[in-house]
Design a binder for this molecule. Structure first.
Ligand code: SAM
Length: 407
């Protein structure tokens, strides 16, 4: 078999992260305070997070979707605050997103190799890995996956095609990504019926006019077909209701197809490069448990903002070296507490605030959340909740500043 080599290729034993819980989030009081979390959202370098998860999860994750930086050698900005609606670009505010720059290809491939090797160990025997890349590195990654999984465990090379503006004048516009999928064992999950789609109208018309069109094979037109390995979904820049402002966010429909095909309700789905949280959102929506991770706090907060739409309890945890610190409340935020109403008086540009009405002084259990609407509109300045004698309120500004008030 051909194999791939680069300078410095090696598999190290990574140092496990020291995991700490930042908060347990009960969207709109769902199950507060007792319900068990069905999801874990981690802030930290996925290498040390995965190493820390190995003792508990080795061989037990049913589906891993990985959407790492693509080796573009670019820096991606985020759009924050009001005006994420892409039809009003003058209202966008630009902030740091994430970096995809590397010394050289060797460094990038080693980064990928170390992480894919851990994902392989975490996968369940019936598990599948989907690796999302594009022309920059997909050919090299195919050889890495052949090495880690075995070339005979190759499942699909999926082409995700889309439209969009491009400055290229000297080649065809590069408008597809490549998603490589590999299974661990031959009993891998693939739910063909869960992802069927209607036949193309031309096919329906052809079979209606002539039963012989399929050379003796007559498709079940009502049941629909299993999709081909090339997919068209519009990019998120065109999906105004999904767009969070986090860079390179993937469409919900794309993750929906992967999650439905390659996992079952109750399964565990993981994404260690989760960005805006598309995978955990879709996994939770379809009754799967999730593990998601990103090293960028803006990503974790974006994912959290999306996840609070669903009645599913989840943890936010972090590696101790990625401390999430809260400053004391500035004078520019005034809080009024009544028996079952908390109201704010502030002109500060807040993105989110949440309340633990019975804080135990250790773990923050978020029982109610106020967040800025995805499209446009104002953050609610009032939350109704019965409060006890110990209350803790946390605030995050659109720039990512964090404050905490203990009463
Ligand atoms: C292509 S984006 C993922 C986008 C995501 N699929 C979505 O739908 O929003 C890649 C993400 O990987 C994260 N990342 C890069 N290196 C990482 C590392 N070592 N550990 C954890 N996250 C990392 C970046 O911060 C970025 O959010």
């Amino acid at each position: 078999m051909p194999s791939i080599h680069w300078t410095g290729k090696h598999l190290a034993t990574p140092k496990p992260a020291l995991l700490t819980i930042d908060s347990i989030v009960h969207p709109n009081g769902f199950g507060y305070p007792k319900a068990e979390p069905t999801g874990r959202l981690f802030l930290g370098d996925n290498l040390s997070i995965m190493a820390a998860l190995l003792p508990e999860y080795e061989g037990s994750i049913n589906l891993i979707y990985a959407d790492p930086p693509f080796f573009t050698n670019r820096k991606f900005n985020a759009r924050i605050g009001r005006g994420e609606d892409s039809r009003k670009p003058d209202e966008w505010e630009i902030a740091d997103g994430y970096h995809d720059d590397w010394q050289d290809l060797d460094e990038y491939l080693d980064f990928l190799y170390q992480r894919l090797a851990l994902m392989y160990r975490l996968l369940a025997p019936n598990g599948t890995l989907y690796l999302h890349l594009d022309w920059h590195a997909d050919a090299y990654a195919r050889l890495i996956l052949d090495e880690l999984f075995g070339a005979d465990k190759f499942l699909n090379e999926i082409i995700w095609a889309y439209h969009g503006p491009s400055p290229i004048r000297s080649a065809f516009n590069r408008k597809h990504d490549t998603i490589l999928s590999y299974f661990k064992g031959k009993d891998y999950t693939f739910n063909a019926d869960a992802v069927r789609e209607p036949y193309n109208q031309n096919t329906v018309n052809t079979f209606k006019s002539s039963r012989k069109a399929g050379f003796g094979k007559i498709p079940d037109l009502d049941r629909g077909k299993v999709p081909e390995d090339w997919w068209y979904f519009p990019v998120v820049a065109r999906l105004h209701n999904e767009r969070t402002g986090y860079p390179t966010q993937k469409p919900n429909a794309l993750l929906e197809r992967i999650v439905l095909a390659s996992s079952n309700p109750g399964d565990l789905v993981a994404d260690f490069f989760c960005g805006s949280g598309t995978t955990p959102l879709i996994a939770a929506k379809h009754g799967r448990k999730f593990i998601a991770c990103d090293e960028n706090l803006r990503a974790i907060y974006t994912a959290r903002n999306r996840l609070v739409e669903l009645p599913k309890v989840f943890n936010i945890e972090h590696d101790k070296s990625f401390k999430i610190s809260y400053s004391i409340l500035p004078k520019s935020i005034k809080v009024n507490l009544k028996k079952d109403l908390i109201s704010l008086d502030t002109k500060l540009d807040l993105d989110y605030w949440e309340v633990d009405p019975a804080w135990n002084g250790k773990t923050f259990k978020s029982a109610i959340q106020a967040k800025r609407p995805v499209r446009s509109g104002n953050l609610p300045h009032e939350l109704k909740i019965k409060i006890g004698s110990n209350v803790c309120i946390r605030f995050v500004t659109i720039k990512g500043r964090k404050y905490q008030l203990n009463v």
